[in-house]
Design a protein around this ligand. Structure first.
Ligand code: GLY
Length: 265
């Protein structure tokens, strides 16, 4: 992939690519519009006919603070997302969600479940980066916290085609999650580090990712170890709870990002 900001340079690179710059791999070239903006994840639950839009979230994929370094499976997430206001979400619904559901129906694809829209906000406009047919991680660890309604009932609605009649009530509070990882992740890291302090965690919800129980001890068992999710009236209030509990949990070479949510109001 080449990211180019100058038309003459683009023409030159294109010529070279088509003349074999990357061998067979550049015999065909796809040109896409460059999108500069900030990403968010929108989750839609559908029974194939009606749909519900779940709380919007933003994840943090890079290992380093300020979104630097290697990509990971996710270092944290925040919901709601300040720029995804009612005006933005109306555009998402009208331009992306409804055409997606209608398109599935038109193509006679019976799809029941989650649709994950990976979006980017470009000057106030939502653009689609990717579709997935699943929830997202670590977005799930904040989205689920904000769903006040009985989630099983919503899933029953999906299975039985009665989603429209189901209530989706959303908690107005912020939910955030901070992922504790093993030192060295996403490169080489060691497992089997004994964890302590889990019983001292207060006012947060722990989602175990890479842990295991052995001889009554909790040990690390992966790169992404545990997600610490918290509520708050503000983003910072929720984050300070997660960070406080991140300090309470100990294991050798623990690492977490202390700037989750840094780019949102
Ligand atoms: N957090 C991004 C994903 O689940 O793909």
């Amino acid at each position: 992939v080449l990211i180019i900001s100058d038309i003459e340079e683009a023409k030159q690179e294109l010529k070279e690519m088509l003349s074999g710059m990357f061998g067979d791999a550049s015999k065909t070239v796809v040109i896409e519009e460059f999108l500069s903006g900030i990403e968010c994840s929108v989750f839609v639950l559908t029974d194939g006919d009606s749909y519900k839009i779940l709380p919007v979230a933003k994840d943090y994929k890079r290992i380093g603070e300020g979104d630097t370094g290697l990509n990971t499976g996710g270092m944290g997430a925040v919901s709601p997302v300040s720029f995804a206001d009612d005006v933005f979400m109306k555009k998402v619904e009208d331009r992306i969600v409804i055409p997606t559901i209608e398109g599935l129906k038109k193509d006679k694809i019976v799809y029941k479940g989650f649709i994950f829209l990976g979006l980017i906000e470009v000057k106030g406009e939502p653009m689609v980066i990717e579709y997935n047919v699943r929830m997202g991680d670590p977005e799930t660890e904040v989205v689920m916290l904000r769903i006040k309604s009985d989630f099983v009932s919503l899933l029953e609605g999906v299975a039985t085609g009665t989603l429209e009649s189901k209530l989706l009530e959303i908690d107005s509070r912020y939910a955030v999650t901070v992922m504790l990882v093993s030192g060295g992740y996403p490169g080489d890291y060691e497992k089997n580090k004994e964890m302590s302090g889990l019983d001292k965690v207060k006012d947060s919800i722990l989602f175990h990712a890479g842990t295991k129980l052995e001889n009554n001890k909790v040990l690390t068992n992966g790169g992404r170890v545990i997600a610490i999710s918290s509520y708050g009236e503000t983003k910072n209030e929720a984050l300070s709870l997660s960070f406080k509990n991140a300090d309470v949990i100990s294991y050798d070479k623990k690492y977490y990002r202390k700037d989750i949510g840094f780019d949102l109001k």
